[in-house]
Design a protein around this ligand. Structure first.
Ligand code: MF3
Ligand code: CO
Length: 256
């Protein structure tokens, strides 16, 4: 069952969405050569707690891993796709890309968003990877309208990525969001004909999160048990927004 949110619930989700937006904006300003992913973690932890909110990921039980995630952020560098863990030993260097993913709950409702940023100058292909992934997210957001179907959203990501010569990750998906971090439906970044294709209705909220590899789509989990990385070592980008389906069109809750 896909939970539909009332106008009042959406206002609460807007508040958590704006907090997550503010955190990512602040962290984006910190990203430069020489900082560590743990520096980002500390700043995010402080901001979320100062806002009276609860970090969404820290302590979150992930059945596929069989453990609870230990940090406020996922920081996934270069060939890491998602669920990279902040570390004081991970010093960002010029030419890296870093995906910063975070979530927070305020007043019982969650926000969840991610961006991938270049560290200093990155090469032309990597710049294009970031641009195409962001564009794929925007195309998908524009399909989040009452009367459309879930596959319209999934297909918008897949089409743009494949036409651009990159590949979508299949093992990790977006999700509904609300009073829980993960709600129905699952939102793959490709059309999976085996899945149901529900019609989108007013009040549904979708966390749309394209994960795009510069090379082959396959991933593997690193020895830490959490970090997903590309099998072929190619770079991977990840952007995410929470989007409410409204009569007036898509409302991006995690954007100012
Ligand atoms: N944005 C990701 C998601 O919604 C991050 C979750 S990390 C977790 O699935 F460890 F908390 F699961
Ligand atoms: Co998410």
């Amino acid at each position: 069952m896909i939970v539909r949110k009332s106008a009042e619930d959406l206002e609460k989700m807007r508040r958590s969405g704006l907090l997550v937006c503010k955190v990512l904006k602040e962290l984006s300003g910190m990203v430069r050569e020489g900082i560590t992913t743990m520096d980002l973690e500390r700043a995010a932890d402080r901001m979320i707690r100062d806002a009276g909110a609860k970090p969404a990921f820290k302590g979150y039980y992930v059945p596929a891993v069989g453990a609870t995630y230990p940090f406020v952020l996922c920081t996934s560098v270069n060939e890491e796709v998602v669920h990279g863990m902040p570390s004081a030993r991970r010093v960002l260097k010029k030419g890296d890309i870093v995906s910063i993913d975070t979530g927070a709950a305020l007043d019982g409702f969650f926000g969840d968003s991610a961006v991938t940023l270049p560290v200093g100058e990155v090469d032309e292909k990597t710049r294009r990877l970031l641009k195409v992934t962001q564009e794929a997210l925007e195309l998908a957001i524009d399909r989040a309208r009452p009367g459309n179907r879930l596959f319209d959203v999934c297909g918008a990501v897949e089409r743009h990525v494949v036409a651009s010569g990159f590949s979508v990750v299949r093992e990790y998906v977006g999700h509904g969001i609300g009073s829980k971090l993960h709600e129905e439906p699952q939102i793959p970044n490709y059309v999976d004909r085996k899945n149901e294709n529900p019609r989108l209705r007013e009040g549904m909220v979708l966390a749309i999160e394209p994960m795009v590899n510069a090379g082959r789509p396959e991933t593997r989990v690193l020895a830490d048990g959490w970090t997903a990385a590309t099998r072929d070592g190619s770079y991977s980008a990840h952007f995410e927004h929470c989007v409410a389906v409204t009569a007036d069109g898509p409302w991006v809750l995690t954007r100012q």
